[in-house]
Design a binder for this molecule. Structure first.
Ligand SMILES: C[S@@+](CC[C@H](N)C(=O)[O-])C[C@H]1O[C@@H](n2cnc3c(N)ncnc32)[C@H](O)[C@@H]1O
Length: 403
């Protein structure tokens, strides 16, 4: 057991200022990627009060030191609580409206910040500004809520997008290879057994990404396991991972809609984890999966629950109506700008109907409650995941006799 370092998790108290320019934009600074606390995020200028320093005095001093403005008049707005997703460090931010100030803001603390920018409210979700701060600014400044993400960012196409983010995604997600994974905070396939015992079975992993589940099926005793993906970078990661772990699995580059190169009736089980929210044509995809399964073959897949995807990454800012299927999936990595990838949020009804249409018998639909001890690196989403299922899992079967 490790001993927690309480000093490291100490709650810090800051004073931060909302400066607004003549066209209604708010001043933000970008914390350097190599900062120990809250690296790579955009936040208001401000900082921690010194020992015995009054929080109002801290605001005036911090804005002078960090961005070179003299605060002449300010008004307390709200305190906001913040918890750093990875380390769990906590902060209470005293947020002030700066009603009058002198000076042109400039970067004066290069060891702490590397960019300074006036941002309009609709840019805030895209810069990864924490939702509680965005919500406070939107509420107090009387602006309309941020538009759906799809209107704000030009999403990258799938192959280009996944090739671009693969290394950051793998570094962040750290998906295990010793269990068949339905995602953070969710029971595993080893527990649920929705495709049955993989022992001596042939399994296809559809949209295998970094290949962790492909490897995990082999470890669980499967005879032959093939992972399919269309991203060269993801497949390269997968091949290296399998070679490094000395696991004999195959990887093929193909679109899941067609499953080119995969012969008919060649697998006993098909599995897919978090791929289908990126696939526009799930009807074609389910038909292809049906084609490559043997009679009686089982199919289980999970993806982001479409209700969960209606809200921002933190808090409950509504970013997308349930019935809006197309939207960019924003990866708010802590390092670098968020990246958008085209995504399609099929409704539960759409997926059920597409499975039936392909010929599958749908056996169960699961909306698991969050398993707190399995959350891993996804800490920033925990509050939302306690209230809305993060993942939806479908289990289906190809009938022994095709109709
Ligand atoms: C979130 S990752 C999930 C990967 C893996 N199953 C896992 O659980 O980590 C989604 C993967 O789906 C792949 N993908 C998305 N759309 C695809 C398509 N139409 N054909 C093939 N692969 C696709 C992407 O390249 C990416 O590797």
């Amino acid at each position: 057991m490790t001993t927690p370092n309480f000093d490291d998790r100490r709650t810090i108290v800051t004073s931060c200022g909302v400066l607004i320019d003549s066209v209604g934009r708010v001043l933000f600074v970008h914390r350097r990627d190599d900062r120990d606390r809250w690296p790579g995020i955009w936040y208001l200028p401000g900082g921690e009060a010194l020992d015995d320093e009054d929080v109002d005095d801290a605001l005036v001093r911090e804005l002078r030191e960090e961005v070179g403005v003299e605060v002449r008049r300010h008004d307390f707005l709200e305190t906001l609580f913040d918890e750093e997703p990875i380390s769990g460090r906590r902060a209470v931010h005293n947020i002030y409206a700066v009603l009058e100030f002198e000076g042109d803001p400039e970067l004066l603390a290069p060891e702490e910040h590397d960019q300074i920018e006036w941002l309009s409210l609709d840019q805030l979700p895209l810069r990864g500004v924490p939702d509680p701060l965005t919500a406070l600014l939107v509420e107090r400044m009387g602006a309309p809520p941020p538009a759906p993400l799809v209107d704000n960012i030009e999403p990258l196409g799938l192959e280009e997008g996944w090739d671009k983010i693969s290394s950051r995604y793998q570094e962040y997600a750290k998906i295990p290879t010793d269990k068949i994974y339905y995602g953070a905070g969710t029971p595993t396939e080893n527990e649920l057994q929705l495709v049955g015992d993989p022992q001596d079975r042939d399994v296809i992993d559809v949209g295998c990404g970094g290949g962790q589940n492909t490897i995990a099926f082999k470890r669980a005793g499967a005879a032959r396991v093939v992972g399919i993906d269309q991203s060269t970078e993801q497949l390269e990661f997968a091949r290296d991972l399998a070679a490094g772990e000395d696991i004999d699995v195959e990887f093929l580059k193909s679109a899941v809609e067609t499953l080119d190169l995969v012969p008919d009736a060649s697998f006993d089980a098909a599995f897919s984890s978090y791929c289908f929210q990126f696939v526009a044509d799930i009807r074609a995809t389910f038909r292809s999966v049906y084609r490559v399964l043997r009679p009686g073959g089982r199919f289980a897949f999970c993806l982001d629950h479409p209700a969960y995807m209606m809200f921002g990454t933190e808090g409950f800012t509504l970013t997308k109506p349930y019935f809006q299927r197309h939207a960019a999936f924003i990866w708010p990595f802590r390092q670098g700008e968020p990246t958008g990838i085209s995504a399609v949020y099929h409704t539960v009804e759409d997926m059920f109907a597409a499975l039936r249409e392909a010929g599958f018998v749908v056996e169960s639909i699961l909306e698991p409650e969050l398993e707190e001890q399995q959350v891993g690196n996804w800490k920033h989403d925990v509050d939302r995941a306690r209230k809305i299922p993060r993942t939806v899992i479908f289990a289906a079967r190809k009938p022994e006799e095709s109709p």
